[in-house]
Structures are given as C-alpha cells and as structure tokens.
Design a binder for this molecule. Sequence first.
Ligand SMILES: [Zn+2]
Ligand SMILES: [Zn+2]
Length: 356
Amino acid sequence: MIPEQAARQAIALAGQGANVSEIARHLGHDRKTIRIYLNGHRAPGQTRPHADSFAPFAAYVRQRAEDDRHLRAIGLHREITALGYAGSYSAFTRELRGHGITAACGTCRKWKPITPAQQRQHCPGPLPFRVVPVAGETIASYLSRVAAASHLPVSAITACLPSWFAARAAACDDLAATGQPQPADIRHLAVLTGTSETALRHSLPALDGTARDSRPPVRSALACRRCASRTGQRGLVPAHLPAHQRACPRHRTWLGRTIQIDLAAAPEIIRASRHASRLASQHGIARLVLAATTARRQAAAAGSPHALRRAGILASSNPGLDPGHPDMTEAAAYPETIKMTTAILNDPSGTPAGPG
Ligand SMILES: [Zn+2]
Ligand SMILES: [Zn+2]
C-alpha cells in the first residue's frame, strides 16, 4: 500500500500519459505496486486485503460446521468462497486445522453407488395409514414413521420403492449430492403414502434436490415438537432446517441446538424471526448467517438490558428448562442480534452503528 495522495498522483500521471516506470521512479515506489492502482485492483486509500483473510469467516465456518454435521470442508469452502473468501482449498483446510474445526461426520460411510432395483416387490398401493411428513424431515425418519404406522418393517416399505429410497434410508446423510431422485421415484412414494408429490417435495429436503447442484444451506435440528405432534408424531423428528431459521413462527417455539423454548411470552423474538426470514430472501441465507455470527458477538458484548429482561421472561414461562442454557441466552438476545444483523447487511463496509 502507498499513501493515498501518492496513489492519486500515480493515477493522475498515468492520465497525463506517463508510463508505469516513469511514475514508479517519480514517486519512489515499485512498479508492481503502481500497477495495482492503475489497474483499479485497489483504490487509493484502500488498505491491502488482510493477510489473514480467513479471519472474517472463522466464526461463520465454525458455526456452519457445528450446525450441519454433514457439511464437509469442500462444501464449506464453496460457501465462503461465494461470500468473498479468496483462499485456495488447501489454504482453507490449513485454516480449519489451525482453528481446530472439524468438518466431517464421524458416522457417515462412503456412498455406495445405487444399483438398479433388484426384483421390486409389487407396490400394494396406498398404505392404510397416511403419515404426513414434517417440514424438513429426513428420508430415514419419514420412511420409518410410514412403516411404523402400518406395523411394517422399514425394509417392507423400501422393497416396493425405487432403490434410491433404500440407499437414503440407510444413509447417515440423506442430502449428499450423489444421485438425486427422479420424478418417477417421488411419484412412487406419493402413491404408496397417499401424500401429494408437492407436499413430499415441500417437506422432505432430500426430494427437493433435483434442481440444485450442491448441498443447500441447512442445519441439522429436531423438527418443531408441535409441528410434529400435529402429524400425530410424539417422538423426536430429525430434520434439516434452513441454516438461518431459529424458531417455528406457527408455534412460537425456539428451535435451539438441544432444547425447544416456548416463546409465547416474548413476541418480539417471533417478530425478529419473521424479519430474519425476510432478510434471508433479500440477501441469501449464507450472507445472513455470516452477518448474524458477527452480530451475535457484538450483541453479547454490548449486553442489552432488554435481552436480560427477556431471559427472565423466558425462564419463568419455561419453568422446566435450565435458565442458563446457551439456547435460552441466544433466544433472549435474538431481537438485538437481528437488529445488528440488519445494520451489517445494509452497510457493506461491515461497521454497523452501535446498539440503539
Ligand atoms: Zn453422517
Ligand atoms: Zn411448529
């Protein structure tokens, strides 16, 4: 970097017809540096991109790796590259090691290629009990609930479906990019379960992958308890939720990493959650999550009295939950977090106004 004044002078001299060597000699800087300004690769006064260009993404990468245990290093690299990270893949994996971030699911096995269906059993047509899928539900979860409702083993269900389903039901990660379902596969499932193809595609993220070429930005979580019980499901339903989504607005429930919190007493958290959905469609999920990781740290550092008051409200309206649980703290501070997130997204220089 050279002083702003010198950079402007270099550009002015070039405009007057001086060549790079003449300008470099005149200003006493090397030619390579002068060229960076003349090519417009850096504006006068702009600082050199920080040597540790991973730093702005470290918190994002850590959170995404924790939230989606199936997101591998290659997928993480793709996500932050789209957000502006300039490092190569090998530089990125060095950063992961350096920061102690693990991006790999310990229980995933390698994908087996999907073999053409062995003698498929005759499909008995709609099963006697219709099982409504829960938003975000995994294939393994849905098929096991379908089987249980008809008192059948899962293998009896997968035996009369295209082999794609058997592979997914056995897989730890049903969103792996290999082998997307064909429309005919989804039609089969629709006939068997008596549920519309649209409803299946809408609820089961693994079926919605026909149009995309990479893993969607999701987090692994348990589906909203109340959404699940609406479909008659009492147990826990593993789901993929959009990476930014922290609450079920329909049931005013915070969907934390390990607990779900009733938000009826804190309507501003639900309002913030709706606002976050609008930000996601406006700026994209990844950009929103990136801004929110920064905002959460800033909001925590600022220590809002509103968040403290809200933490008290959540504790007394959720007497069974540990008031010091990290999910409780995150929920209580969420309106401030989203307020700061909005400021960051609206100010690309990344310096939002202080809490107000
Ligand atoms: Zn896995
Ligand atoms: Zn719900």
